[in-house]
Design a protein around this ligand. Sequence first.
Ligand SMILES: N[C@@H](CCC(=O)N[C@@H](CS)C(=O)NCC(=O)O)C(=O)O
Length: 228
Amino acid sequence: MLHFYYDLMSQPSRAVYIFLKINNISFVAKPVALRNDEHYTDWFRKITPLCQVPVIDDDGFILTESVAILKYLAIKYNVSDHWYPRSDLNAQARVDESMNWHHLNTRYSCTSLFRELIRLPILNKAPIQWHLVENERNQVRKAVSSLASFFLKDNKTFLCGNEISVADLLCVCELMQLVTCWEEDLYESNPVIKDWVHRVRDRTDLVFQESHHIAYRVRSKFSKQNKL
Ligand SMILES: N[C@@H](CCC(=O)N[C@@H](CS)C(=O)NCC(=O)O)C(=O)O
């Protein structure tokens, strides 16, 4: 049986969660509350000494890293080829290209901005460091611009072609983290990106909404007045 360890506040966890649900892959849900430091407990350290989510345990085969997990699940559960192409090497390489780029660009910039605005002020019980925030916003702007001008060029429907892939899930879940801190203008101000995010949301529909409830709950706690 497949066990899935996740926290829906975690962007890569949400991508895997949406993938599992949309493809009707049964799993035993094992939420790990990062806010309560559950990832540092002894029981979770036994699952992964890296103390991070997401993780899967598929009949004793434990796998960390969202990209590896998504590829493994796509192949193991033989989901529709568009999610992670197996029949066309070039199409597969496009999805890999996008996911490799994602880590140091959308992932790094969005998670850094979220950390400056929400994580660190809570952890350190200290005010937001606005001079650092502006730098992180610029990194997000740069990633958004590359997404539009390279990955979504020529009016592409999704990042790697006309159908959705695991790369779209990872990337959109990362951008959606900005909703928590009222920073969604950073991507919504770009019409190409705004439309693509909406397409991914519409394509994954109720699962997308369910997986992002918590992001909107955090948003309602983080006052917009905190923003500069
Ligand atoms: N490269 C990993 C990143 C995993 C990761 O950074 N997970 C975060 C949540 S988004 C986490 O568990 N953070 C807890 C910590 O590092 O203390 C992946 O893509 O799965």
